[in-house]
Design a binder for this molecule. Structure first.
Ligand code: GAL
Length: 413
């Protein structure tokens, strides 16, 4: 036995001991049970007995074959039945699994404008594609109903709330209630003011107002030196209407100051009502009011404006704006009674909102394009850019995106 006293392993054990032990000891993984093998010698096991087999009788062979055939047929039938059953039931994909990974509560102000049903359906599709679900409640433009519906969704223990507020301030208290229940809140399309809302996902509504004003004023005949301009605003309870109005004034104010334009009427329309827009223009014209341009905040109010102009055979002679690229509005642009609508590809917005909801549900910080102050904090925000649609770019915008079909807009492919 050669022993070098200083020759030690990394664990500090002398070499000698190791070499002599009969079975090399394997290092055991921490926490695993003791599995050292048992080596005591065992008596040899006798070989298995070979069974004695007698030749089968002729008749019994036939039986045997018959039984075999029956067994095979039965097995075949059973197999076919099983396969049929197995093929019919779809494989559980993530989306189809019964328990949604994330439950989103969607509180809508209204479905009155055409876009909101699309927003809801796009969000639902996106959520389902990610194994999540969307529960939607619609407040029919009533604040108490919306507050009660949001509290209902909180009581249902949704993971994230997506809210389109009817009134930017009225729903603010529900944000604190949601947070107490550990639920994150996204302000969708419309900002929720004076609240600790988690994130805001929308289009740049100030730019919407700018595009509306610029394209209407561009359409006023150059022969009109100082155009008389009517502003038909959206709902004063909706922060977007204020942003759109601010965008309109960014374009108009310098012209007014320079005496190159005159604002002859400037009013909001509660709940973005087409009837209020109609009544205001009808009233203004009925009192002999002169108008050269009407900057309406969305396609709904624009439809009311055009109805009033038609009654005075002025439709198509006075440029009118709108927003949302609703089918009737794009058809009016083709017909020449509306000048512009501001298109907002809402599928992008809906997808972004759901992706942000899924990130928030996982406790992640969602993507953003900046912040917007809501009177209480700088809200993390994701703002998308809108596009002005006029007669000369309908094909390259709303039709190219598949937002509207050429058949619907032009009646032909
Ligand atoms: C606004 C929205 C517009 C318009 C309007 C009426 O908040 O940004 O797209 O639809 O509501 O619902």
């Amino acid at each position: 036995m050669n022993t070098e006293p200083n020759d030690q392993t990394e664990t500090g054990q002398p070499v000698t001991e190791l070499r002599n032990s009969s079975v090399p000891s394997q290092p055991q993984p921490v926490g695993a049970p003791d599995v050292t093998p048992d080596v005591t010698p065992q008596p040899p096991t006798p070989p298995p007995a070979t069974p004695t087999v007698s030749e089968p009788k002729k008749g019994s062979k036939k039986w045997l074959l018959l039984v075999l055939a029956i067994v095979l047929v039965a097995a075949g039938a059973g197999g076919a039945l099983w396969w049929h059953g197995h093929k019919a039931t779809p494989k559980p994909t993530a989306a189809a699994s019964t328990t949604p990974t994330v439950r989103i509560g969607l509180s809508l102000d209204t479905l009155k404008e055409l876009r909101w049903a699309k927003d809801r359906d796009f969000m639902t599709q996106r959520a389902q594609a990610h194994g999540a679900s969307v529960t939607t409640l619609v407040a029919e433009s009533d604040d108490q109903t919306q507050i009660a519906q949001i509290e209902n969704l909180i009581a249902q223990k949704v993971d994230v709330l997506i809210i389109v507020p009817h009134d930017a301030k009225a729903v603010a208290p529900t944000i604190a209630e949601a947070h107490k229940a550990g639920i994150k809140v996204i302000a969708y399309d419309r900002l929720i003011l004076n609240s600790d809302v988690d994130t805001y996902v929308s289009f740049d509504s100030t730019t919407v107002g700018k595009y509306e004003a610029e394209n209407v004023l561009n359409a006023v005949p150059k022969s009109v030196a100082v155009p008389n301009v009517m502003l038909i605003g959206g709902s004063p309870s909706d922060n977007n209407a204020l942003l759109v109005h601010a965008g309109m004034m960014d374009v108009l104010q310098p012209l007014v100051t320079a005496g190159k334009a005159k604002i002859v009427f400037d009013q909001y329309s509660a709940d973005w009502s087409p009837d209020i827009a109609y009544a205001n223009v009808k009233q203004y014209l009925a009192t002999g009011g002169k108008v050269d341009a009407i900057i309406a905040a969305n396609d709904g109010t624009a439809s009311g404006v055009v109805r009033a102009l038609q009654e005075k055979s002025l439709a198509g002679k006075i440029p009118v704006s709108g927003q949302d690229a609703e089918l009737p509005a794009v058809q009016r642009i083709v017909a020449g009674t509306q000048t512009v609508t501001v298109y907002k590809p809402i599928q992008l917005l809906a997808n972004q909102a759901v992706d942000i909801a899924l990130a928030l549900a996982k406790g992640q910080t969602p993507p953003s394009t900046g912040t917007v102050n809501n009177g209480q904090k700088e809200v993390l925000s994701y703002l998308l850019k809108p596009t002005a649609v006029l007669a000369n770019n309908i094909k390259s915008t709303v039709i190219k995106d598949g937002f509207l079909s050429s058949k619907d807009v032009y009646g032909t492919h």
